[in-house]
Design a protein around this ligand. Sequence first.
Ligand code: PRT
Ligand code: ZN
Length: 288
Amino acid sequence: METRLRIAVQSKGRLYDETMELLGEAGIKMTTAKRTLLIPSRNFPVELLFLRDDDIPDSVASGTADIGIVGLNEVLEKNKSVNILKELGFSRCRLSLAIPQHIEYHGLSWFNNRKIATSYPVILSKFLSENGIKSDIHVITGSVEIAPGIGLADAIFDIVSSGSTLVSNNLTEVEKVLESQAVLIGAQNRKLPQEKHVILNELMFRIDAVKAADGKKYILMNVPKEKLDEVLAILPGIKSPTVLPLANTDWCSVHSVLDEKRFWEIIGKLKSAGAEGILALDIEKMIL
Ligand code: PRT
Ligand code: ZN
């Protein structure tokens, strides 16, 4: 039987879409769109094991899966023997302490002897003990944000993304404890057999190429030769921009890569420096 690297992924939830998108962009096609428990890829030697995100760290630590894709928050909370192989850059959020809006907050000591509701007791107790704070941790799963409003707790420790859930529950974020994102994990105490190791390396190489292209634009423009130095000084480029001759010898064509974040700022500068006919294209993959 052909060797397959088994990847544990979330079966449904916030991680699902972007996990499947990342694997798709890495060229991995699945045999079916149906989410049965275990699905092989039809063009790459991996198979996906669909689980609840809570079970992913243990599935990797115990060897049920070879690697997994899960939020860093789950990895740290479950505290299993796994290594972080790669940060994947999606499902970004933070784990924060939040208190009712009307309270004046003067620092961490406020939490001494207070009751904090959370679904992340392990991460919270570590943070509190590192900071010498003693609180009463009240574990609840789901809808943690309503606990202060109904008198179940003084504060909460929960995932925050846009912050709108906090606002609609009259809570204010007062301490950011952990920045989280989806990560690729592997087992700490087990070495993969050579064949699987080769598959994992190819997968990581492809993920790097997809991630490197993320948020990048390829731009092409025409530049009068006498303005070339000025234009080149504006371009950040990967290493150095490509400059090509044009039929009209007073002009040349300049190609480069721009970060989406600085796109409009740089385009504005290029235009005022004399660049014309600027084209911007999405980059699908980038091999550095
Ligand atoms: O069923 P299963 O156990 O697999 O899934 P789950 O319900 O435990 O997790 P799921 O799918 O909700 O989230 C999976 C992972 O996504 C989390 O472990 C985080 O790593 C990550 N993530 C990213 C988030 C959020 N953003 C997020 N906003 N997880 C939860 N939230 C919640 C947050 O708690 C808040 O209540 O979404 C609500 C909205 O957040 P705001 O701040 O945008 O209002
Ligand atoms: Zn879960």
